[in-house]
Design a binder for this molecule. Sequence first.
Ligand SMILES: [Zn+2]
Length: 339
Amino acid sequence: MIDEKKLDNDCFPDVLGQEKVKYDIKSAILSKRHILIAGPAGVGKTTLAKSIAKVLPSLSVIAGCPFHCTPAQRVCPSCKKAKELKTITLVGEERFVRVQGSPDLTVEDLIGDIDPIKALHFGPLSMEAFTPGKIFQANNGILFFDELNRCPEKLQNALLQVLQEKKVTIGSYQVDIEADFLFIATMNPDDTNTEKLSDVLLDRFDIIRMSYPETAGVELEIIDKYGQKIVAVPKEMSQFIVSFIRLLRQAKDIERKPSVRATLGLYERSQANAVLKKKKKVDLEDIQEALFSVLAHRITLRPAVRYVLAPEEFLQKEFTSMLKTGMGREFRENKGDVP
Ligand SMILES: [Zn+2]
């Protein structure tokens, strides 16, 4: 599917850091194994999966075929029958089909359904009346399933059949159609509104675990690359933001930790606060003003702590104690801009 020359060192430039994860992904792709990327929200699982689409080579497929048949591999009845076929080129990104896992997702979304208007025209048992779903659109490409553990159990069973047999039985037609794709899914193991993935389904995947940026340096690079820039952020202020978030991730009283989106949020909102006060650059006061709105709902305290402290109080306490110690003291003494 992808030759190893495309998988060179910096083939996923959108994802900063995460070297081990990237290495494992390349290894899984090269061996054509289905991958489940597991990790907390906001660490770049989706960004990583999307960047895999960019290394997919283009492919020549039969023009107009919704099952993405290739001249060598004709899976649908009409391509099988046809004598002369025109081909078109699909670029890598067109071979990448995304499905958003949700409790409302149906088996028909994945496999396809009979179009009632076409059924009237062609007859209910004619293949022309069938509109193929995501699985067939991903044939000869990648099916990317975001938040796999959010979809209902019925759907897991449908997926299992495709992964096991590489074909799908289309109910009322009594025909099997092949679907060959690389399956990449993501899941957040801490997500509570989810279905448990069955062991037989998990057995179809290699799991690659992804976590928060490895170092403060990598996280600084991320906010520099992806954060909006409205006003100057002195280096020590962006360092303070990153250190504060990383400190919260280590706090034993926090169950649900702030993601990289929280870091970006604090970075962008503190700039906006500085602009509103007509300042030329961000200082600690601007960061503090953004704390509650950016962070209070992005953390969950341990039950024992939850009874005594609101998230806002907890954040204020941590912020104050960071200012008093180590890095914070340096800001207070040198910059004189502690709120
Ligand atoms: Zn076809």
